[in-house]
Write a protein that binds this ligand. Structure first.
Ligand code: G4P
Length: 204
């Protein structure tokens, strides 16, 4: 998604080769116009799959899940990281290890909102190590619903998340795939692929 890549270049801050700060437009202050465009992109990619529900995890996936669900005209559900006192009914629940915080937390979804007949699209802000997303995949398995795919706003392709999800047979659609980054330079996967293709065609 060109507009997203340009915005990441313009307003993203590369904190290290591993961490990108995007809190001026994606996950603290939020650009609602860009968010709705992102939701539309996910909807266009997965509309034909008969999605009945969009699933995400609190907190930073919520507005993207809402935008995609709005475009698809279906409800969205977000997995909770802390069990609320009001969540008294039966839940699907899995432990997730956070590499950034180096701790394990439990995510849960009420059994009332996910069941066998559902066709679920997972949406989240980052595809990084894949830990949180694999937790959501496991929740869907527990519910007996069908996973149609994962939509990630930003993928850090140099981390292991994509590989793990692909191994689990999951279809992934990432809107901006970062191949590598350093302060002052962000390389996206498609651009590298294009450059390689151009080099090959000039050599032929
Ligand atoms: P994932 O690949 O399945 O998202 O799992 P991972 O455990 O690698 O990511 C853990 C958390 O760190 C996620 O947020 C994810 O969005 C965030 N994250 C990973 N890489 C980056 C990065 O480069 N920049 C920023 N800003 N965030 C990153 P979370 O724990 O779900 O927290 P929340 O912000 O959604 O509350």
């Amino acid at each position: 998604m060109k507009a997203l890549q340009e915005r990441i270049r313009q307003d993203g801050i590369v904190l290290s080769s591993q961490v990108l700060k995007v809190d001026s437009f994606l996950n603290h202050q939020v650009d609602p116009m860009l968010t709705m465009e992102i939701g539309q992109e996910f909807a266009n990619r997965f509309r034909a799959d008969g999605v009945t529900k969009v699933l995400t995890i609190e907190a930073s996936g919520i507005h993207f899940a809402m935008a995609a669900a709005y475009a698809l005209r279906v409800p969205f559900v977000y997995a909770k990281k802390k069990q609320a006192v009001t969540l008294t009914e039966d839940v699907y629940s899995v432990p997730v290890y956070s590499f950034t915080r180096q701790e394990t937390y439990r995510i849960s979804v009420s059994k009332r909102y996910l069941s066998e007949g559902d066709r679920v699209l997972i949406v989240d802000d980052f595809l990084a190590t894949g830990a949180a997303l694999l937790g959501l995949v496991e929740i869907i398995k527990q519910s007996g619903a069908k996973l149609v795919g994962v939509g990630a706003v930003i993928e850090k392709s140099f981390q292991e998340g994509r590989g793990k999800l692909e191994q689990a047979g999951v279809a992934i659609h990432s809107l901006a795939r970062i191949e590598s980054m350093s302060p002052g330079e962000i390389r996206f996967v498609e651009e590298t692929e294009k450059t390689l293709a151009e080099e090959t065609s000039t050599r032929c």
